[in-house]
Design a protein around this ligand. Structure first.
Ligand code: ARG
Length: 461
C-alpha cells in the first residue's frame, strides 16, 4: 500500500475499517513541525555515524526544509491513505528527495521514540504560551488589587459573612494558586527536558547513533535514562494535563465568585460590556459567560486528565497503541486554555468593583464578633469566656435588631461587665482589618508587602 511504513510482511493492505480506526492524522498533524525538526536532528546523527555522506546530508536537510515550508503553507497535507503524521511526512520527503535518499532517514528510529519525543516538544512549546497567559492573568489580578488598596469586603467561610478583609487581600488569594501552577509548569518542564529519541521501538538502536546529539539538537537538556521507559511512559503528558486541570480549577473558583459578585443580590462588581454577553430574549441581561465557560471547561480539563490516567493504568511495558489516546485529551487541554485564558484575563482586568456596596456589607452578619472576643483576650479574659461573652452580645444584638456597635454602654455592661465603652474603636471594619497584621494577614501594610512579594515571585516564571 502506497505510503505505509510497514507493508513488507503483509500479503494484503489494511481493511478500510482498520484504516479508519487507526488513522490519527486528523489530530497528530499538529506535530508535523516537531516531526520534521526531529528528522533533521536524526539525519545529522545518521551523518555523524557515517550513514549519510555530506552531500546526502545537505540534500536531506534541504528536502526537510522544503517539506517544512510546504506543510506550513498547506501545500503538503496528509492524504486519506496516510496512517499518521510520521507516514505522511515520509511520503512527503520521498516526494521531494526521491526514494533513494528519502528511504534512508528511517534507519535507527521508530515511531515509538519519535512520538514520545514530539509530544514533549509540542507540550514544552505550549507550556511557554500557557505560562505567559497565566502570568498575564496574575498581573491583571495584581493590578485590580493595586487599584483598590483600601477597599474592604466581607470575607466569608461557608459562604457566610466571617470577618472583613481587604478586597486586595481576597483578590491576591486567587493569584497565589496561579503562581503555584506556574511553578508546577516550571518543575514539569525540567522533567519534560529529557529526549526519548534514540530509544527506537523499545530497546535502543544498534546503529551507533548518538541520542545525546539528537537531544542537544532538539533543545533538550538530556536523554531519557531507559529506552523502555522512554517509549512506554506518558506521565509527562499526564502531569501536564494535571497542571492544566489545576489552572482550570483555579479559574473556576474565581469564576464562581465573579458570577456571585455580579448578581443583583451581591452587587460587588459590574462586568465590562466587552467581556459579558446579552440574552436573546431578555433585553436587560448582562451575563458572565466567560466565567461560566471557565467553570464549565474546568470540568472538561479534569476529564482530560482522568481519561488519560485511566488509559495508562495497567498498560504492560513497553509501547502499546493505547498510548495514541494520550494526544487528543492533552491537545484539547492546551487548546481550551489558550482560548480561555486571554478572555478570562480581560474579564478580570475590566471588573468594576462597587467599593461602597462592599464596605456597607463588610460589618454586617456580626463579622466583628471575633474582634470583640480578641479584644476581651487583650483585656485579660480567657478566650473561652471571651468567646461566650461575644456570642451573647451577638445574640442580644440579633434579638434587638442591632449591629455589634449599636448597643448603649448600659446594654454592653448588661451583657458582661467586661464590655466597657473602650471596646468601641475595635468595632470598625478598618480597625479589625488593621489589627490583623501578622505575616500573611489582611492588614494594609501586610497586603502591600504581599503584592511586592507576588511580583517578585512571578518575575522569574
Ligand atoms: N500514532 C502513534 C501514537 O500516537 C505512534 C505510532 C506508533 N505506532 C505503532 N504502531 N507502533 O502513539
Amino acid at each position: 500500500e502506497a505510503g505505509a511504513l510497514w507493508g513488507g510482511r503483509f500479503a494484503s493492505g489494511p481493511s478500510a475499517e482498520l484504516a479508519a480506526l487507526s488513522k490519527s492524522t486528523q489530530f497528530d498533524w499538529q506535530l508535523a513541525p516537531y516531526d520534521i525538526a526531529g528528522s533533521r536532528a536524526h539525519a545529522r546523527a545518521l551523518a555523524t555515524a557515517g550513514y549519510l555522506d555530506d552531500t546526502e546530508l545537505d540534500a536531506m536537510i534541504a528536502a526537510l526544509d522544503r517539506l517544512e515550508s510546504d506543510v506550513a503553507d498547506g501545500r503538503f497535507v496528509a492524504a486519506e491513505s496516510d496512517e499518521d503524521v510520521h507516514s505522511a511526512l515520509e511520503r512527503g520527503l520521498i516526494g521531494i528527495a526521491g526514494v533513494e535518499l528519502g528511504g534512508k532517514l528511517r534507519a535507527g528510529r521508530s515511531r515509538n521514540d519519535q512520538i514520545a519525543t514530539l509530544v514533549r516538544l509540542y507540550l514544552r512549546d505550549h507550556a511557554t504560551v500557557i505560562a505567559r497567559h497565566v502570568v498575564d492573568l496574575v498581573d491583571a489580578i495584581a493590578a485590580q488589587a493595586t487599584a483598590h488598596p483600601r477597599a474592604v469586603m466581607p470575607g466569608r467561610t461557608h459562604l457566610q459573612h466571617a470577618q472583613p478583609v481587604l478586597v486586595a487581600h481576597h483578590l491576591l488569594a486567587h493569584a497565589w494558586p496561579l503562581v503555584r501552577d506556574l511553578e508546577r509548569l516550571r518543575d514539569w518542564s525540567h522533567r519534560a527536558s529529557a529526549s526519548p529519541y534514540g530509544a527506537g521501538a523499545l530497546a535502543g538502536s544498534s546503529l551507533g547513533l548518538d541520542p545525546v546529539q539528537v537531544a542537544t539538537d532538539l533543545g533538550f537538556d538530556r536523554t531519557t535514562e531507559n529506552s523502555i521507559d522512554a517509549t512506554a511512559s506518558r506521565d509527562v503528558v499526564a502531569e501536564f494535563a494535571f497542571v492544566a486541570a489545576s489552572i482550570g480549577i483555579d479559574l473556576s473558583r474565581l469564576s464562581e465568585e465573579i458570577i456571585l459578585w455580579s448578581t443583583r443580590e451581591f452587587g460587588f462588581v459590574r462586568l465590562h460590556d466587552a467581556f459579558s454577553t446579552g440574552s436573546s430574549i431578555m433585553p436587560q441581561k448582562k451575563n458572565p459567560d466567560i466565567a461560566e465557560l471557565a467553570r464549565g471547561k474546568s470540568g472538561r480539563l479534569i476529564g482530560n486528565l482522568t481519561g488519560l490516567l485511566a488509559t495508562l493504568k495497567g498498560l504492560p511495558l513497553a509501547y502499546n497503541r493505547d498510548l495514541q489516546e494520550d494526544k487528543e485529551p492533552v491537545f484539547d487541554s492546551v487548546t481550551q486554555l489558550e482560548v480561555l485564558l486571554p478572555a478570562f484575563t480581560g474579564l478580570v482586568a475590566t471588573l468594576q468593583f462597587d467599593e461602597k456596596r462592599m464596605a456597607e456589607l463588610a460589618p454586617q452578619g456580626f463579622s466583628l464578633a471575633t474582634d470583640v472576643a480578641e479584644w476581651l483576650v487583650r483585656q485579660g479574659v480567657t478566650f473561652r469566656d471571651a468567646h461566650e461573652i461575644s456570642g451573647e452580645l451577638v445574640r442580644f444584638c440579633e434579638q434587638n435588631g442591632l449591629e455589634l456597635d449599636e448597643p448603649t454602654d448600659e446594654q454592653y455592661a448588661a451583657v458582661s461587665p467586661h464590655l466597657t465603652p473602650d471596646i468601641r474603636p475595635v468595632l470598625t471594619v478598618e480597625g479589625s482589618i488593621a489589627s490583623r497584621d501578622g505575616a500573611g494577614g489582611t492588614a494594609p501594610e501586610r497586603v502591600a508587602e504581599q503584592l511586592a512579594a507576588l511580583t517578585e515571585r512571578t518575575a522569574g516564571l
